[in-house]
Design a protein around this ligand. Structure first.
Ligand code: ADP
Length: 308
């Protein structure tokens, strides 16, 4: 455990955590078929936990607010957070529940994958669970959430945070409908190109279309809307207009988790007091390193690896 665990948390992530169970086989099996696999890996994941790890690796003191079933792999998931120096006092451990699990099959020829995600205890995170972390949320610099936990829990977290002037970041992923009440509680809205289009109900296939979708989303309450465009970088959209910040040029090996690394990096930068564009650059620098390595949490860089 690092000394960060003792510092007052500046970034509080409210979100999901699960175990990724990944098998590699030459091709994906068809219905009813059994294949011999080549490798199997188990690794902690979930958008919430991923973003918490990304921010912690970059040096932010981080706390996690979540509900974790401690049957089966739950204890391992909690231990992994502690290893990263992430405070877990806001994690409600539920001995009766199963933690979330993602069963992932990857074809070694072609890289295609199939995923079954079972949310487990993530689906049970309640507003009352979040309320028990009120002091943590209200003394943070930045509170971050994604849509893999129920909206009432996120709303509760953002209401508490905003009441004391804490900056809120909603990463509206996966693509699910979000009401204007939650958007109005979000200082920052972060979506990828696809999510931007679905949330705005508009086309978002080109940079111009994504910019139009971002401007439409800005009208629904957030002060800043960020649309991530993969290798094309991000659109930063606020009162001053739309700014396109290109991504760093790297050889991408595995882009899974790019968005989570970016969001964690942005949160760490804002918590440090960086300007919006500098915090975006920190997120982009971290995500560029992460996509150049395989794995999700295992690919996330430490602060010493970042050049801005
Ligand atoms: P998501 O994983 O949510 O779909 P993106 O693919 O848009 O998110 O990636 C998030 C950010 O990660 C991008 O804005 C960019 O800064 C960085 N990134 C993603 N893919 C690449 C890449 N191939 N090269 C460099 N940076 C990348």
């Amino acid at each position: 455990m690092t000394q960060r665990a003792n510092a007052a948390p500046q970034v509080v992530v409210v979100g999901s955590i699960n175990m990724d169970m990944v098998s590699h086989s030459r091709r994906l099996p068809g219905p009813g078929e059994t294949l011999m696999g080549e490798a199997f890996v188990m690794a902690p994941g979930g958008k919430g936990a991923n973003q918490a790890v990304a921010a912690a690796r970059l040096g932010a003191p981080v706390a996690f607010v979540s509900r974790v079933g401690t049957r089966q792999h739950g204890a391992e998931l909690l231990a992994a957070l502690a290893e990263e120096g992430i405070a877990t006092s806001g994690v409600v451990a539920d001995p009766a529940a199963l933690p979330g699990v993602a069963v992932i099959m990857v074809a070694s020829e072609g890289g295609e994958n199939s995923i079954v995600y079972v949310p487990g205890s993530n689906a049970q995170l309640s507003a009352a669970d979040v309320q028990t972390s009120a002091a943590l949320l209200q003394s943070a610099k930045v509170v971050v959430a994604q849509l893999e936990v129920p909206v009432p829990a996120i709303t509760q977290a953002f209401e508490l945070a905003r009441a004391t002037g804490v900056t809120t970041i909603l990463n509206a992923a996966p693509a699910l409908p979000v009401g204007d009440a939650l958007l109005a509680l979000s200082n920052w809205l972060i979506v990828n190109e696809t999510e931007a289009g679905q949330l705005a109900g508009m086309a978002s296939g080109s940079v111009d279309e994504a910019a139009a979708a971002a401007l439409a989303l800005l009208q629904r309450g957030p002060q800043q809307v960020l649309v991530t465009l993969g290798a094309q970088g991000v659109l930063l959209c606020g009162a001053a207009g739309v700014q396109h910040l290109p991504a760093r040029v790297v050889k991408a090996v595995d882009t899974v988790g790019a968005g989570d690394t970016f969001v964690g990096g942005l949160a760490a930068g804002l918590a440090e007091g960086m300007s919006a564009t500098d915090a975006v650059r920190l997120g982009q620098a971290a995500a560029a390193i992460a996509v150049s390595r395989s794995g999700v949490q295992s690919a996330m860089p430490r602060r010493a690896e970042i050049t801005l």
